[in-house]
Design a protein around this ligand. Structure first.
Ligand SMILES: Nc1ncnc2c1ncn2[C@@H]1O[C@H](COP(=O)(O)OP(=O)(O)O)[C@@H](O)[C@H]1O
Ligand SMILES: [Mg+2]
Length: 267
């Protein structure tokens, strides 16, 4: 088998607080091939963000290893080399734009971080603005554009340094349903064109089925992997698929997984 783009190998994370130790993620393993679109689905507090924060080197693992392109990346806090960080782009629930910078300046920020200068990078910013229809808002300030536009800006800001991997932590959770559906379809379009490897975190079952090729279902107490569901649905995906029997079957299967998790929480 080809070397996985991203690999979690029996990763455990324990947070030590003054009064207790919290087992946030227990024995988590996952292998993602280059160009795949996978989702991590689970209720609040099951350790989804913790997985991403270990992958991007904000926090280290307690046990187990994480690899990108076969290279071990579980560095101690914030010590990850720029060369590995550059392979990743992050999109969070809140777009976190700097209010005193224009939309274009915000989007270009990672270029400063990674010291990428020159006309080819400027051109890339313009192309990405065009890709998500923000060209005419390039000189606007974040407060002057809508929530959907801000989130689009967040998506292309994560891509501006041309990362191979996009890590999306509940990126559209704060948007209304219509805008979210639209963003989902735009994201699929971007993925089809650019073939990035995408990890998409969500607690929305329908979104996970619509977007991904495989869903990692997590449960709480302790945060852990409970099921891996492969989604055999044709691409390109369309919103009309949501009402088709196979889509509904997958949705119900995942609802079943999540439901069992909730029950086990009560005991
Ligand atoms: N820095 C931290 N210190 C202590 N506990 C934490 C810390 N970060 C997360 N946790 C705990 O770890 C668990 C998983 O959190 P998180 O990864 O944010 O879950 P999710 O993103 O799935 O909602 C939760 O119980 C949370 O309270
Ligand atoms: Mg989270």
């Amino acid at each position: 088998m080809q070397e996985p783009k991203i690999k979690f190998d029996h990763v455990t994370k324990v947070f030590q607080t003054r009064s207790q130790s919290i087992l946030a993620v227990k024995d988590y393993s996952m292998e993602i091939a280059a160009g795949e679109f996978v989702s991590i689905l689970g209720p609040s507090g099951c350790g989804k963000s913790t997985l991403i924060r270990m992958l991007d080197g904000i926090i280290d693992t307690t046990e187990g290893d994480i690899f990108i392109d076969g290279q071990k990346v579980n560095y101690a806090k914030k010590k990850m080399p720029q060369s590995i960080l550059r392979k990743m782009g992050f999109i969070f629930q809140q777009p976190n734009m700097l209010p005193w910078f224009t939309v274009r300046e915000n989007i270009a920020l990672p270029l400063r971080v990674f010291d990428l200068k020159g006309p080819e990078w400027e051109k890339r910013v313009d192309e990405l603005l065009e890709l998500v229809g923000l060209t005419e808002y390039a000189k606007a300030y974040p407060a002057e554009i809508s929530g959907g536009m801000l989130q689009r800006a967040g998506v292309i800001r994560a891509m501006v340094h041309d990362p191979e991997i996009l890590l999306m932590d509940e990126p559209f959770g704060a948007l209304d349903e219509l805008t979210r559906e639209q963003m989902n379809m735009e994201l699929l379009d971007i993925w089809t064109r650019t073939k990035k490897t995408i990890i998409f975190i969500t607690h929305n079952i329908e979104e996970a089925v619509l977007l991904s090729s495989r869903v990692y279902v997590m449960g709480t107490h302790p945060g852990r992997l409970v099921e891996i569901v492969d989604l055999d649905l044709p691409r390109p995906r369309t919103l009309s698929m949501i009402t088709q029997p196979k889509f509904i079957q997958y949705r119900e299967k995942l609802e079943g997984c999540i439901g069992e998790i909730d029950l086990s929480k009560i005991k």
